[in-house]
Structure formats: structure tokens, C-alpha cells
Design a binder for this molecule. Structure first.
Ligand code: PLP
Length: 416
């Protein structure tokens, strides 16, 4: 097809995301909210809501059990999402995808299934000061239980991971746990490099991709991680479906987290044998509806284009950093360069409690999160008890950022 002189070539047009059009797919925006809390959970498009609703209307039945038509259809729908998730993160095979409830369950599965078995007295697990409690507490508990060392790598004053310190802390560790994107500072450590250093030191690498997978393409083969976890609810899917990726050979050797139905091959009065991976990790009836919704969410994200989403977010974050810098007494936490942070900005305002900021913004229908964002060690390191966080996703617009800035100007005036 010919295109008009002066018009953008199709490849360029494809790279732009029409957030105003996208918003129309999200019924919640009819309520008039200005939603800047996608880092906590994303909103859900009609396509996802309908996929869940259609599942209940046409094939509701348990999976991997019944031999009647809709039970087979339900199993096929569930397993097809496993294949989709494998290709979404470029895993070698669907068997490397375990459905969990969320990132937290993924970390706990590794802590119990791999850690309890392989971590010994005198062992070591290394993590970083950037982490969400999900990627901190399980390893701390594991180290305590096993008499192992729990080493936490520092951050720089700019809010970046201190790579040299992490490299040093990795020495002697058998597991390294790092997030691909911080949920407070937005910092995005070089996970590929960290995985390489971990492997050079004989350690495995667990990557928390909760804030990364929703808008940045994940390639587990290229990253070289051994485990990677994320939550569907932060990427347009319903609550209750998450993914844990694990390298095939490691999963084979791991113990299950939960025991009981559907995770067995044979059960005898004196012993039992486990099913093949990934099923040995999925005991009991799974959240089939949420997994079906996760499939629809991945389709939606793929058709919008993750790279387009990331570019859109960077533009909004850049604007947000500019507009927030107009507010007197406001201090931004983390790197100033939008290219070096994820889709969020956390900040403090001198003399104003973050909870008061949230409450005042709510008066203008602006939804942000305040608190320690499940990252207490990080807040302690930053010398603040709490912060306010605004986060964006593919449906946010420049107008949302304007609304945030205007509302914050009101806070500024009130507390002057
Ligand atoms: C970086 C990071 N890791 C882990 C989690 C935990 O996610 P979930 O509550 O879905 O398990 C979050 C949630 O905010 C997060 O931001």
C-alpha cells in the first residue's frame, strides 16, 4: 500500500500506542478514576473479563480429570495457556511453566522445593536491598532455618544496584535472588549479567519479574536465569494466576511445595510417586478461570506490543518526572533517567505524610499507593518510613499525569 508523502511509514505508526483507544477496552474507566496504581495491580480489559465469563458459560469443569467433552475442552484451554506462557518468556518447553497464584507463591515454591533440599549449614543466599519482601523474606527464612548466610547487596545513593557489592556477595552463594525491576525505585538491574556471575560462582539465579514482565519482553534463555516468577494480576489477568518458570533439569530434581491430589503418579499405602513436571508442582484444583484469563491477557499484551507499551510508559514516566519536579519539597526516589527505571515513580513530600497525600489525591479521583510498598529494608536504607508511588501502564495518558500534578499542587498549597 502507498502512503502519503509526509505521513509516517507504517513501521513507525505501529510503534505508537493509542492509549485513548486502549482505555475503551477497560470498563473500569467508565467510573472516572485516574488510575496510577498498576504496580499494585493492573486493570482488566473486556477481552480478559469475557474470556473468563465465556469459560464459565461454556466449559466450566475441572481440569485433567473428566473424560467428557467440556472437561477435555477445559483441560485444553488450561494447557494451551501453559504453551502461550512458555512462548511469552521464550522458555524451552511448556513443562518449564508452573502455574502459581502469584510471584510470592513462586518464590516460596523455590524456597521449599529447591532451598530446603539443597541449602545446607554454612551455605549462602545472596539478594539485594532493592527487593520486595517476596524476594527477601523467603530467603531470609531459608537461611535462618538452614544455618546459612543471608547476604544483602547494597544500592548506590542514586538508587542503582551496587553491582560490585553484589558480585562480592555472590561469592560462596548457592542461590542469588534479584528483581528485574524494583517496585519502589524502578531500578532495573542487569539480570543477564547477574545470572552469568551467579553461574560463574556455581550459584543458581532466581529472578523476580513481577514489575518487569507486564511491559518488557522476557527471554529466559537469553537472560540465563534458572527461575523467574511473575503475577498475572499485574499484567491485565485476573487475580489468582501467576507463573513460575524453572529450568527443566532443576525442576526434575526439586521437591513439590504441596502434596495431595493431581500431583501424583502412583499412591501406595507405604509410599507415593510424583507426576511429571510441571504437574508435580500443581497439587489440587488450580485457578482454571484465572489461567484462562491470563491467556487472554497475554494475547492482549502481544497484540499491543510489549515494546510499544514500554516506550509509552517511558514517555509517561519522563513527563511525570518533569511535572513532579515542579512541586516544592517533593523528592523523587531512584534514578532520574526514565530509560533506567520501570513504569513507576515513588516520592516523598517534605512535611506531608504519604498517607495524607494518597487521601488528598483520592479526593480528585487520583489513585496512587502510599506506604512501604512491601519493601521495608529498602525504605530504611533510604531513610524514609514510607513513600507515595504513582505507576503507569498501557492505558494511562498524559492527561492522567496532568491530573496527578494538579492534585499534588493542591497538596503543596495546603501544607505550605
Ligand atoms: C517486585 C515485586 N515482587 C513481588 C511482588 C509480589 O507480587 P504478588 O503479591 O502478586 O505475589 C510484587 C508486588 O507488588 C512486586 O512489586
Amino acid at each position: 500500500m502507498m502512503w502519503r508523502k509526509g505521513a509516517m511509514p507504517p513501521t513507525w505508526r505501529e510503534k505508537m500506542l493509542d492509549a485513548k483507544k486502549i482505555r475503551k477496552d477497560f470498563p473500569v474507566f467508565d467510573t472516572g478514576i485516574i488510575y496510577l496504581d498498576s504496580a499494585a495491580t493492573s486493570q482488566k480489559p473486556r477481552q480478559v473479563i469475557e474470556a473468563v465469563s465465556n469459560f464459565y458459560k461454556t466449559k466450566n469443569s475441572n481440569v485433567a480429570r473428566g473424560l467428557y467433552r467440556i472437561a477435555e475442552e477445559a483441560t485444553m484451554a488450561y494447557e494451551s495457556v501453559r504453551k502461550k506462557a512458555a512462548s511469552f518468556i521464550n522458555a524451552r518447553e511448556a513443562g518449564e511453566i508452573i502455574f502459581t497464584r502469584n510471584t510470592t507463591e513462586g518464590a516460596n515454591l523455590v524456597m521449599r522445593g529447591w532451598g530446603e533440599k539443597n541449602m545446607g549449614k554454612g551455605g549462602k543466599v545472596a539478594t539485594t536491598m532493592l527487593e520486595h519482601h517476596t524476594n527477601f523474606v523467603p530467603w531470609q527464612v531459608l537461611a535462618k532455618r538452614k544455618g546459612a548466610e543471608f547476604a544483602v547487596a547494597e544500592i548506590t545513593d542514586e538508587g542503582l544496584l551496587d553491582e560490585a557489592d553484589l558480585e562480592q556477595k555472590i561469592r560462596g552463594a548457592s542461590l542469588v535472588a534479584v528483581s528485574a525491576a524494583s517496585n519502589v525505585l524502578g531500578t532495573m538491574p542487569d539480570t543477564k549479567k547477574i545470572c552469568r556471575i551467579a553461574h560463574d560462582n556455581g550459584a543458581l539465579c532466581f529472578v523476580d519479574a513481577a514489575q518487569y514482565a507486564p511491559s518488557i519482553p522476557v527471554n529466559v534463555k537469553e537472560m540465563g536465569c534458572d527461575f523467574l516468577a511473575f503475577s498475572g494480576h499485574k499484567m491485565l489477568a485476573p487475580f489468582g494466576a501467576g507463573v513460575l518458570y524453572g529450568r527443566h533439569d532443576i525442576l526434575e530434581d526439586m521437591d513439590p511445595l504441596l502434596y495431595g491430589s493431581e500431583m501424583i503418579r502412583e499412591v501406595h499405602p507405604d509410599h507415593s510417586e510424583w507426576a511429571e513436571i510441571p504437574h508435580k508442582f500443581e497439587a489440587g484444583t488450580p485457578a482454571v478461570d484465572a489461567v484462562v484469563g491470563l491467556g487472554a491477557a497475554m494475547d492482549y499484551l502481544s497484540s499491543a506490543g510489549l515494546e510499544n507499551i514500554r516506550n509509552h510508559e517511558m514517555e509517561l514516566v519522563k513527563l511525570m518526572l518533569e511535572r513532579l519536579s515542579e512541586i516544592k519539597g517533593l523528592e523523587i526516589l531512584g534514578p532520574e533517567d526514565p530509560g533506567r527505571r520501570g513504569a513507576l515513580v515513588a516520592f516523598t513530600v517534605e512535611g506531608v505524610h504519604p498517607h495524607d497525600i494518597s487521601a488528598m489525591l483520592s479526593e480528585d479521583n487520583v489513585c496512587v499507593r502510599s506506604g512501604h510498598h512491601c519493601a521495608m529494608p529498602l525504605h530504611t536504607r533510604l531513610g524514609v518510613a514510607a513513600s507515595t508511588r504513582a505507576s503507569v501502564y498501557l492505558y494511562n495518558t498524559k492527561e492522567d499525569i496532568d491530573a496527578l500534578a494538579e492534585s499534588l499542587h493542591k497538596v503543596e498549597k495546603l501544607f505550605k
